[in-house]
Design a protein around this ligand. Sequence first.
Ligand SMILES: CC(C)(COP(=O)(O)OP(=O)(O)OC[C@H]1O[C@@H](n2cnc3c(N)ncnc32)[C@H](O)[C@@H]1OP(=O)(O)O)[C@@H](O)C(=O)NCCC(=O)NCCS
Length: 154
Amino acid sequence: MTELRDATPTDLDTLVTLDALGFPADAWDRPAWEAELDGPGRRVRVAVVGDEVVGALVTMTLGEVSDLVRVVVRPEARRNGVARVLLTDALSHAKAAGADRMLLEVSALNRGAIALYVDAGFTQIDQRPRYYKDGSDALVLRRSLGPSCNWSAS
Ligand SMILES: CC(C)(COP(=O)(O)OP(=O)(O)OC[C@H]1O[C@@H](n2cnc3c(N)ncnc32)[C@H](O)[C@@H]1OP(=O)(O)O)[C@@H](O)C(=O)NCCC(=O)NCCS
């Protein structure tokens, strides 16, 4: 069973390792993750199965806008609903914190992540050409945090 909790400084080594697996070309180093744990409006949640951290999700919620900054799941734990659980939690928390929308950027080549976000009710509102190091465009996606915060509601 997947359980969620706030990340702590004792998770930093695990977060760095997890991130390198998920973003081989663009991983955050330890100082970057440390900054996320302390940053304004940041919320870093980890998904735990047994004793193992299998996923992490970072949001930045300031005023009415919540940004989905990072989501990553350990390769061997994928397609088991871990990101879905993390994202559902993030949407609920952002709404409770007063945000009325969540925004994110995702590479146009990242079909798996795009499928995850579309499944969660995100829609594309913009596109940034050649945004990523590999030359791919960023799709800017938005999800309203309306009256219902159910997974499939938009
Ligand atoms: C994207 C990522 C976070 C998804 O994590 P996950 O735990 O495997 O996702 P879930 O199992 O919760 O998937 C939920 C739904 O999203 C969609 N989805 C997720 N990964 C998918 C994939 N590779 N291909 C197609 N659909 C996918 C499916 O609709 C899935 O539901 P289903 O399994 O019932 O069909 C994971 O693949 C990852 O860490 N990738 C590397 C880092 C990354 O790209 N992060 C996003 C950057 S914007």
